[in-house]
Design a protein around this ligand. Structure first.
Ligand SMILES: *Cc1c(COP(=O)(O)O)cnc(C)c1O
Length: 359
């Protein structure tokens, strides 16, 4: 398997303890505590959890003032949830290519894609990495054109910019996901982080039917139901306690792969700043991708091809050739990335890769 869920007895015990209380299960104190833990860890003023990391992007952008017909610049290499989250309410994702070294948005191409209809840039910090151009350049560009900067930091919990600020907290609003493969998981789940009081208040209304206050039936605007549950929060709290260790382990795993495979020119790593950022997956570009996958599979080693260029997905079918995302579509591969991997297992995987290219 390329990725395995990572829960233990602590989660089991927390749920069982909660169930012995007279709880409502829907979001309440445990959820608040989970939100506080994330706010504290990331340094964000506000954290609001919702039922997944796609809806969190939908609400983040809506609360930032994006609406139907607006253009939002997104990378052509990302999980498809990034563009789909704004499609949900009729905004238009505009696909822009990414940098070869980091797979984050290429700022020159972003600048060229801005039109009078552009309202936001969605910066996806791919695998915890930040763009080579630096996030400051994105903040400046957004300011210059009066755009919102939204950070899709679904893959970046535990990753910081070099100035020490947590990824997701420097734009107008950021979003994380707690889906099964992410560094911490609540099965499904996501959250919005922001330092903007108005955006936070609007997200809280939008996720709770547009209620003007908790539990009342006075609706100041049209909202929906994207609430969390206490059972997920019980798991999330225990997962947050394990985050610091996971961050360290994920870094060690990448270092071990890099060192084992340093002489293999057929396997190329991206530029990951391990002082500040945490790789979520082990992503590489490889020669003879399909053959390598088959050879590893025969040895019981699971891999997964990275996201294809989104503009060429049947769901979008948009014209344009985006060089880097096209290349990822041909060469990008996720190697086994589970946090539970032992050094011995990593060494075995690397030996299998070396043997394949030596043949
Ligand atoms: C995982 C992910 C999402 C979606 O999160 P879900 O919780 O699965 O809805 C969005 N964007 C990126 C970059 C992701 O990796």
């Amino acid at each position: 398997m390329q990725m395995r869920p990572w829960f233990g007895d602590e989660e089991k015990k927390a749920i069982s303890e909660y169930m012995d209380e007279d709880g409502f299960i829907t979001e309440f104190k445990r959820t608040e505590k989970f939100e506080q833990m994330i706010a504290e860890y990331t340094g964000a003023k506000h954290c609001i959890v919702v039922n997944n990391g796609t809806v969190s992007l939908t609400l983040a952008t809506m609360a930032a003032g994006i609406s139907a017909g607006d253009e939002v610049i997104v990378p052509n290499f990302t999980m498809i949830a990034t563009p789909n989250s704004v499609k949900m309410y009729g905004a238009e994702p505009i696909f822009v290519d990414v940098e070869r070294e980091t797979l984050c948005l290429d700022i020159d191409k972003v600048r060229a894609a801005i039109t009078p209809k552009t309202k936001a840039i969605m910066l996806v910090t791919a695998n915890g990495r930040y763009p080579k151009s630096g996030v400051e350049a994105f903040i400046a560009l957004a300011k210059e054109h009066n755009l919102k900067l939204i950070e899709d930091s679904a893959q970046s919990l535990g990753s910081f910019y070099p100035d020490g600020r947590h990824i997701g907290t420097v734009g107008d609003v950021g979003s994380f996901s707690f889906s099964a493969p992410k560094i911490i998981s609540t099965g499904q789940g996501g959250c919005i982080v922001t330092n903007d009081d108005a955006i936070a208040a609007r997200v809280r209304r939008l996720k709770d039917f547009g209620r003007s206050g908790g539990g009342n039936d006075i609706h100041s605007e049209i909202g929906f139901n994207f609430k969390f549950t206490e059972l997920q929060a019980c798991i999330g709290i225990e997962q947050m306690k394990k985050l610091a260790w996971r961050v360290e382990r994920k870094k060690e795993i990448l270092k071990r792969y890099q060192s084992n495979l340093k002489d293999v020119t057929a396997v190329r790593f991206f530029e990951q700043d391990l002082d500040s950022t945490t790789p979520w997956f082990i992503d590489v570009m490889v020669d003879r991708r399909e053959e390598l996958q088959d050879s590893l599979k025969a040895k019981g080693i699971g891999t997964r091809v990275m996201y294809p260029p989104i503009n060429k997905q049947e769901a979008y079918q948009l014209p344009g050739e985006h060089e880097v995302s096209n290349l990822v579509g041909e060469e990008g591969l996720w190697l086994p990335s589970a946090g539970q991997l032992t050094d011995k297992e990593i060494d075995r995987i690397c030996r299998a890769i070396i043997e394949f290219y030596d043949e």
